[in-house]
Design a protein around this ligand. Structure first.
Ligand code: AMP
Ligand code: MG
Length: 351
């Protein structure tokens, strides 16, 4: 397939290019576009054949549901069968933005989107290019992350081109996705809303608005063998680099000490290792490639750099990545969820 790359500046949007990409979407084609979380791979959500192409292009298992992207609250009512008051409050507070609401679906949503579930995930992204594209297309856009299934989500255009060039019709190069981790997925069909995936909107922010909110018990620990996920997609590891990841948690200096002893151990076996470090500890890793994700007290920076770091280590042939754990506060919870999943819950405590 011929892929066209359209360069669009988010602070000076070329409407002709948006019109062109919207036309491709309306015609049943695939368009990768930037959002504020990660890049998305879009198709007309109401066109079953177009949606099937997303699964093919990504190699995505068909039992992993897709999030439907819309321009705002006004688009929810046709797509959801029931919009409880708490969903309205959440939309008013967090949309457009990195919050996906799981609601009962209406008959308009084809079951290929929801992997047969009776619910649908809806989100209004805040990225100006994403919003312009959705508005111009005038249709809801199904869009998972624009990576090959199993690879880390793309946060820069090069990642999308690496994974999907030749597999989709259009890739919009709109600069970096600045949050860097995916949206928070919140199921609001139950009395007490449940976080199915932590993301760009934090647990604390949700707590501010909702009396009650819980986290799915499977989020931070390895699911038991008989685990039946609430959403089929939750059973997939996701987000993994090709390298093995080992998370090391504890006090920063103890962590650095532990990682250095692991480095010595792996290097003696000639295994190329890398370290995901923080500003506080970067000086401790001199003998191996290390990437400083950011300051431990600024989890936003760490979130923005995580997926690119995974890919950068893959590009230089690193086989084992030691990743320093950070606090679960704010977006740190989403960072740790992605790191632990990438590690297959291989977590070492430094004492
Ligand atoms: P991705 O598009 O790759 O960010 O993945 C989307 C994720 O959103 C899936 O893996 C699910 O965990 C979640 N999701 C989408 N739709 C639903 C739904 N109807 N119910 C529960 N989770 C959903
Ligand atoms: Mg994804």
């Amino acid at each position: 397939m011929k892929t066209e790359i359209l360069k669009i500046q988010s602070d000076n949007i070329d409407n002709e290019k948006i019109k062109y990409a919207a036309e491709v979407l309306r015609g049943g084609g695939l368009v990768a576009f930037p959002t504020e979380t990660v890049y998305g791979l879009g198709a007309d959500a109401l066109d079953e054949n177009a949606v099937k192409k997303i699964f093919e292009a990504k190699g995505r298992p068909s039992d992993n549901p897709l999030i439907v992207h819309i321009a705002g609250k006004e688009d929810v009512y046709g797509l959801a069968a029931n919009v409880p008051p708490k969903a309205q409050i959440l939309m008013d507070r967090f949309w457009p933005g990195p919050l996906t609401l799981v609601l009962e679906k209406s008959d308009k949503i084809p079951s290929v989107i929801t992997a047969g579930l009776s619910t649908v995930g809806l989100r209004a992204p805040s990225h100006p290019i994403a919003l312009a594209l959705i508005r111009e297309a005038g249709i809801p856009i199904a869009a998972p992350s624009a990576n090959l299934s199993g690879r880390p989500s793309p946060t820069v255009p090069k990642h999308v081109i690496d994974d999907l060039y030749g597999r989709v019709d259009v890739i919009i190069d709109g600069g970096n996705a600045n949050i860097g981790v995916e949206s928070t997925v919140l199921d609001v069909t139950a009395d007490v809303p449940v976080i199915l995936r932590p993301g760009g909107v934090s647990f604390e922010q949700l707590k501010d608005v909702l009396k009650n909110v819980t986290m799915d018990p499977s989020l931070m620990k390895k699911p038991a063998g008989d685990f039946v996920p609430k959403a089929p997609g939750m059973k997939y590891t996701h987000y993994s680099p090709k390298a093995d990841v080992i998370v090391v948690e504890g006090e920063p200096e103890k962590v650095a000490e532990k990682i250095n002893s692991l480095i010595a151990e792996y290097q003696s076996k000639n295994i190329p290792v890398g370290v995901l470090a923080t500003e506080q500890t970067k000086e401790f890793y001199k003998s191996v490639p290390s990437i400083t994700l950011g300051d431990r007290l600024e989890p936003e920076t760490i979130a923005a750099n995580l997926f690119k770091a995974f890919r950068d280590f893959d590009d230089i042939g690193i086989k084992v990545i030691f990743a320093e754990a950070i606090d679960n506060q704010g977006i740190g919870l989403a960072v740790m969820n992605r790191m632990k999943k990438a590690a297959g819950y291989n977590i070492i405590k430094a004492v």
